[in-house]
Design a protein around this ligand. Structure first.
Ligand code: ATP
Length: 358
């Protein structure tokens, strides 16, 4: 783990340690030799495209699957032989698995009833948890199927907390919800994490979602953890082209040193100033918000000439597609621009772009 990645969590104690964890299905490595440490009270998000091994990793943490190789330690003790029901973990799924014929209260209390907790104490705990997840008390007697998607998600969360697990494992719990609700619940989950002090391990496809909530993020690709870091680190220092592309829509230019301190691209005219640590081949990653329209080519360290191909309103911003030769660049501006037609010059400063070595 890098020094920066440990900042903020360095005073916390090590909770989980994954050492060389691999999971093989019929000779196929779904998870490939993962080494990872998670600290007590951390919000750790595993992000990656479909099929990258996120769920497989989470299932091994929950005890639903065993590693084919390697070990998972909880405070130094191997979890490999500890069954799922003995682990201090609780899994919250995307498909909520709520009991449809029961009320909100009955759903939340189910685990307490199984443990033979008295009805009054169960109700008290359910109401307390409903307050935690911001469900009105009147919902206690409401049939869970009459709740909205967001409310059901809160019921599932409250139910997960009844087990009082040390570690909550979330498998894309918000992915079925609409954008606005997802944004609200992301912030609420982050608050809930802070208020409860529990360790959250969360998986998602969305790096944007991961950025909002997490203390640290692990990016997975083809069963491997390709980068682990704080949201800031992942955003500003992606370890490779894959991580930078995974960040959303970005402009990527493959460059190589031109021998005079600047860089050239194979398919774009001119040379570029790049903040690169050494004279190596690599990729310049320019986020759309860091590309701008220039009145004069000298208004930025680097410039390109092209034609506006399309424009889209993104609500708070406007995105332009600018065709430069055979390539399309994305430029985002806070406001709509007016162009007189003809060529436009777009540009960026070297300090605003990220260089990733090949
Ligand atoms: P998604 O985001 O789509 O849920 P994921 O990153 O969670 O994907 P996994 O579900 O962990 O990915 O799957 C990783 C790989 O392992 C996939 O190629 C999947 O087909 C394979 N896999 C997962 N479980 C099994 C299984 N029980 N048997 C065989 N292959 C499996």
């Amino acid at each position: 783990m890098s020094e920066t990645a440990l900042m903020g969590v360095s005073r916390q104690k090590l909770l989980l340690d994954l050492v060389g964890v691999r999971k093989t299905f019929d000779g196929f490595n779904a998870v490939e030799r993962i080494d990872l440490s998670v600290m007590e009270g951390e919000f750790f998000t595993i992000v990656g495209p479909s099929g990258s091994g996120k769920t497989t990793l989470l299932r091994m943490l929950a005890g639903m699957d065993q590693p084919s190789e390697g070990a998972i330690y909880l405070r130094g003790e191997s979890l490999n032989d500890m069954p799922a029901n003995k682990r201090p973990t609780c899994l919250v799924f995307q498909s909520l698995a709520l009991f449809p014929h029961m009320t909100v209260g009955q759903n939340i209390e189910f685990a307490l009833k199984m443990r033979k907790i008295a009805p009054a104490a169960r109700k008290e705990r359910a109401l307390e948890l409903m307050r935690v997840v911001r469900l009105p008390e009147t919902y206690y007697s409401k049939n869970v199927m009459k709740c909205s998607g967001g409310e059901k998600q809160r019921v599932a969360l409250a139910r997960a907390f009844t087990y009082d697990p040390e570690i909550l494992l979330f498998d894309e719990p918000l992915s079925a919800l609409d954008y606005k609700l997802r944004k609200t619940l992301e912030k609420e989950l982050k608050d809930l994490h802070r208020e409860t002090g529990k360790t959250f391990i969360y998986i998602t496809h969305s790096l944007e979602e991961a950025m909002v909530m997490s203390d640290r993020i692990g990016v997975m690709r083809d069963g491997r953890l390709v980068q682990v870091g704080t949201p800031e680190e992942i955003y500003t220092k992606p370890s490779d082209k894959f991580v930078s592309e995974f960040m959303g829509e970005v402009n990527i230019v493959r460059v190589r040193p031109d021998g005079s301190g600047r860089y050239k691209s194979e398919d774009l005219a001119g040379s570029f100033t790049v903040n690169a640590p050494a004279s190596t081949d690599g990729y310049v990653v320019i986020r759309p918000e860091f590309l701008r329209f220039l009145a004069l080519p000298s208004d930025a360290d680097n410039c390109l000439t092209g034609r506006v191909h399309n424009e889209y309103s993104l609500g708070s911003r406007v995105q332009y597609q600018v065709r430069v030769g055979e390539r399309m660049f994305l430029v985002e501006q806070p406001r709509r621009q007016s162009f007189g037609g003809g060529d436009v010059t777009i540009g960026w400063d070297a300090a605003d772009a990220i260089f990733v070595a090949e």
